[in-house]
Design a protein around this ligand. Sequence first.
Ligand SMILES: [Zn+2]
Ligand SMILES: [Zn+2]
Length: 150
Amino acid sequence: MSGPAHPAALGLPRPPFPEIYLRLARTLAARSTCKRLAVGTVITSTDFRKVLAVGYNGNATGLPNTCDRDEPGNCGCLHSEENAVINCDSPRSVEKYAFVTHLPCVACAKRLINLGNVKHVYYWQDYRIRDSVKLLESVGIPVTQVELRD
Ligand SMILES: [Zn+2]
Ligand SMILES: [Zn+2]
C-alpha cells in the first residue's frame, strides 16, 4: 500500500464545507498581486456542490501585476470579492454562499448584496473596520467567522 493514510484512519473528523472553501479562498489569495493584503474569495452553490466563481485581489487583466500606487486604501487594485462577483455568471435566481479570507469592506458587501441571492458570508480573518457585518445583516445575510486550525 502507498500514499497518505485516509483522514478517517487517522481519527480526523470530516472537514465541514465552510472550512474547505475558506481554505480554497486562502490558496487563491496566494495569487494576489496587491502589495498591501492578499485576499481570496470563493462563491458556491448553497448545497456546496458547485464552485460558481473565484477571485483574488489585484490589478486588471493585462495591466502590471502590482498596485497602481502605495496610498493605503487607494492602491488601485480590484478587490477579491469584486473580481469574484465579476467572474460569477450564475443568475440572480441561484442561491449562493460567499467565502472570503478577510471580512469584506462595505463596498464589497454591497457588491455581494447586488450579486443577488447571497445567503451567507463566511470569512476567516477579521478586519478592523466591521461596518459590513451590520450592513449585510440588515439585508438578511448572516456573516460568520470560521476558524481554520492550520
Ligand atoms: Zn493593491
Ligand atoms: Zn472590498
